[in-house]
Design a protein around this ligand. Structure first.
Ligand code: FUC
Length: 796
């Protein structure tokens, strides 16, 4: 009887897991601006498709194409000599002197992510009707169709990971009506050559490119014929119909019907510490070796291989918020409609899955993580060099990796940390005479770790923040705790985390009360006002520093227990943790950002690094530290909801961790606020939101908000610690009924959750053998122990 009841319950709850709703972005007009175009990527290379009928413009990118060469980590080898004076100035409460002296501890700027080039397909179709353009998230395929005269033109595009090529199928409904010409252009130095069926391009990235905010240089971008990263590519006509027509620089088809194009590209980048010219990969040999296998495969076969590769990741998670499917509007119109306050669960789901889509499409290159723009960059001097900004942005890119079941996509970032550690050890020694390894505000493909600022010209408020390794290495622990991969913990994670902690230990000193604080620090990009009225950046004991150190040390102590090793080191960490300067609640009831209860120069500042312990960290939480959580909430109230895209993404997660689903939802709507393409209204002062192609608007475009926002949707529906899983902890009233399948929880669990009328109906948990956790829902809890890969149900 019991068994029957259980089976019945299983069947009923499973039937509530609704069908998969097809998810796509679609438009009834061609893209004019970058922020309207649709992006594809295979985690290594990408295409931005405008879908034009006269000319189809397609930006091409390769994630390994950056300006520069391997960095010289000894660039300011005596910088450490300035450090004692900075510490002394702070001890004497001379903040102005500290801000000035610390500039001696700066090095070069990061290098810049380069735009590879643009491919044009000229069709010359001017007056077209029935225009339609889409990006299917279920397939990672983009399509365009329109009518010209009596002919229907269809185009289908995908970027294959298994076949390492961008594939385009062009077709006319009437025989012999397909005519087009291919061209290539680039803002870099390049050459073009044609053969019977190939348009080949080769070129080189700059050997140096300064950030766009450095305006005082005569030569901000420097090319050198013999230095820097090379690229090579071929657009080839895979299956010819009609006649090929070629000039020295163009290749075309006359009177064709169906043509398949393949684009294959490579760069000479061969690792962060290898000269891309003298020790580079042979990019031409690689491309040439790909052509025959591509020609041998049919289009159907290429597409099937692409789909099975992509869908094995994408299909792991399905979110069903019970959208109203009668609303069928182009994505840009949906966004505008949503901005008026309309309900749109389809759009809310689309945005979530788009984040997952973008990560699969931009993060599959060993040691080269998704950058500020993922991998889609049209600019010669992209905003903030499209670099790795380590004081939030690079990490935010990966917040969704584990909980939305894309653990493999986390590994490019984790591998990158191995590179950073190599340069970071030299940075720690030469800038601080410290042990371990350090990383600062900015990095690049060359794994630079020095404080930036062009040797003294940078504002310490961003340049001299030293907690990059501390923050980034907590990702290694997160990867372990989600996957329970003990070899990874032992061989990869622990050594890197330990190195980051060793640096922290050397940065700590004792305050007047005998408590540990960082001797010198900053709170990312925020400015304090001292009680004497000085507005500055450098201080001791910044809350954010201590929060990140606290989180890393907690993780390391746990890791040492698991690995049963490094007990002396663990004892030291425990001693520091027990005596670390505690959080302070300020006069406004806020969580204090500064060591003293000073005012902020900008109380609504976009950064909230001192709330790190609540999210992405977890040592401030509703269950164990409700007082601190309340202070963090007050800080968020003071800051308000108007901020940049990435900051909105972060705040949704913070509200979710405060178990305030409605407020998190309100913030999610803020993130999805419609923003015009930059070309229409360039006004970087306006708040963050979402462009027509669902790219996050900082503004300008910055991908971290997409990732942070998607992570937050998962966080609203499920939260986890190493030993607890909270079901529907921040479910908003707006998401009354629904289901989510395939979320990952810490401890190696996978969950399917169903709810109705804002109440949990069922949770299905699959655990790794031996895994233990406690399910918590509205004050009730249930312990789970997985004996083998098994399924456990929680009944309402
Ligand atoms: C930090 C942020 C900015 C921007 C940049 C890439 O400096 O403060 O808002 O996101 O990184």
């Amino acid at each position: 009887m019991m068994k029957l009841k259980f089976l019945l319950f299983v069947l009923i709850s499973q039937s509530l897991i609704a069908q998969k709703v097809p998810l796509k972005l679609w438009y009834n007009k061609q893209a004019e601006y970058f922020e309207e175009a649709l992006v594809l990527g295979n985690g290594n290379q990408g295409a931005t498709i405008f879908g034009g009928s006269k000319t189809d413009k397609i930006f091409l990118n390769d994630i390994t194409l950056w300006s520069g060469e391997p960095v010289d980590p000894y660039m300011n080898k005596d910088a450490y000599k300035a450090f004692p004076a900075v510490k002394e100035a702070l001890q004497n409460e001379n903040y102005k002197a500290a801000d000035s002296l610390i500039r001696k501890m700066q090095g070069k700027f990061s290098e810049s992510y380069a735009p590879l080039g643009t491919m044009y397909i000229d069709f010359g179709h001017e007056n077209v009707s029935n225009y339609y353009r889409e990006l299917s998230l279920d397939e990672a395929i983009s399509r365009v169709t329109y009518k010209t005269g009596n002919t229907i033109i269809t185009k289908e595009y995908f970027y294959s990971y298994p076949d390492k090529a961008f594939i385009i199928k062009l077709k006319s409904s009437e025989v012999g009506k397909l005519n087009f010409t291919l061209k290539f252009d680039s803002q870099l130095k390049f050459d073009v050559k044609t053969t019977e069926n190939q348009l080949q391009f080769s070129g080189r990235a700059p050997v140096k490119a300064d950030p766009s905010y450095v305006n005082n240089k005569i030569d901000p971008v420097v090319f050198d014929q013999k230095r820097g990263t090379r690229f090579f590519g071929s657009i080839f006509i895979k299956s010819i119909s009609g006649k090929t027509v070629k000039t020295d620089t163009t290749l075309g088809i006359k009177n064709g019907t169906e043509v398949i194009l393949a684009v294959c590209m490579a760069t000479s980048f061969n690792g962060f510490n290898k000269d891309p010219e003298t020790q580079g990969k042979d990019e031409k040999a690689f491309v040439n070796s790909r052509i025959t296998p591509l020609i041998q495969k049919t289009y159907t076969n290429l597409k099937a291989r692409h789909l099975s590769d992509y869908q094995k990741f994408y299909n792991r998670v399905n979110l069903d918020l019970k959208p109203d499917l009668s609303i069928d509007l182009p994505t840009d119109e949906r966004l505008r409609r949503y901005a008026t306050g309309a309900e749109d669960k389809y759009l809310e789901t689309l945005y979530f899955q788009y984040g997952r889509y973008l990560l699969i499409s931009s993060s599959r290159t060993e040691g080269v993580p998704a950058n500020l723009q993922g991998l889609w960059n049209p600019h010669m001097r992209p905003p903030w060099s499209s670099n790795y900004t380590m004081n939030i942005n690079a990490e935010e890119n990966y917040w969704l990796a584990e909980n939305t079941n894309l653990s493999e996509m986390h590994t490019p970032f984790l591998g990158f940390l191995e590179n950073l550690e190599k340069t970071g050890r030299i940075t720690a020694k030469t800038f601080y005479n410290a042990n371990g390894w350090a990383c600062h505000h900015n990095s690049d493909i060359w794994a630079m770790t020095n404080p930036v600022g062009d040797f003294g010209k940078g504002d310490p408020v961003w340049a001299n923040w030293a907690m990059g390794a501390t923050w980034a290495t907590t990702h290694l622990w997160e990867h372990y705790i989600y996957t329970k991969d003990i070899d990874f913990l032992k061989n990869k994670a622990f050594p890197l985390m330990k190195g980051a902690a060793e640096f922290c230990l050397d940065m700590l000193t004792k305050d007047k009360n005998g408590q540990y604080i960082t001797a010198v620090g900053t709170s990312p990009e925020n400015v304090y006002i001292t009680d004497k009225g000085y507005k500055g950046a450098t201080l001791y004991g910044a809350t954010a520093d201590l929060a990140m150190i606290r989180e890393l040390f907690i993780d390391l102590i746990e890791a040492s227990n698991i690995l049963k090793s490094d007990y002396d080191f663990k004892n030291k960490l425990e001693e520091v943790l027990a005596n670390l300067h505690p959080y302070q609640v300020g006069k406004k009831g806020n969580l204090q950002e500064w060591y003293y209860d000073w005012d902020d120069a900008e109380p609504k500042h976009r950064h909230q690094s001192h709330l790190y312990g609540m999210y992405p960290g977890n040592h401030i939480n509703m269950a164990e530290t409700p007082g601190l959580a309340a202070a963090a909430k007050t800080t968020l109230e003071i800051k308000g909801d108007e901020t940049t895209g990435w900051s909105k993404g972060w705040r949704i997660n913070l509200w979710a961790r405060l178990w305030d689903g409605n407020r998190a939802y309100k913030m999610y709507r803020e993130l999805l606020k419609y923003v015009e393409p930059d070309g229409v209204k360039v006004n970087y002062q306006r708040g963050g939101g979402t462009y027509p192609n669902l790219f996050d608007a900082h503004p300008p475009f910055q991908i971290d908000g997409n990732f942070g926002g998607a992570a937050a949707v998962a966080e609203m529906l499920m939260q986890s610690t190493a030993d607890k899983i909270y079901l529907l902890p921040a479910l908003p009233d707006a998401w009354k009924s629904g289901s989510i399948k395939g979320l990952k929880a810490r401890g190696g669990f996978e969950l399917d959750i169903v709810w109705e009328n804002c109440q949990l109906v069922s949770a299905k948990i699959t655990g790794k053998p031996g895994g233990e956790t406690e399910l918590v829902y509205k004050g009730k809890s249930k312990k789970i122990k997985a004996v083998r890969d098994e399924v456990v149900f929680w009944e309402k």
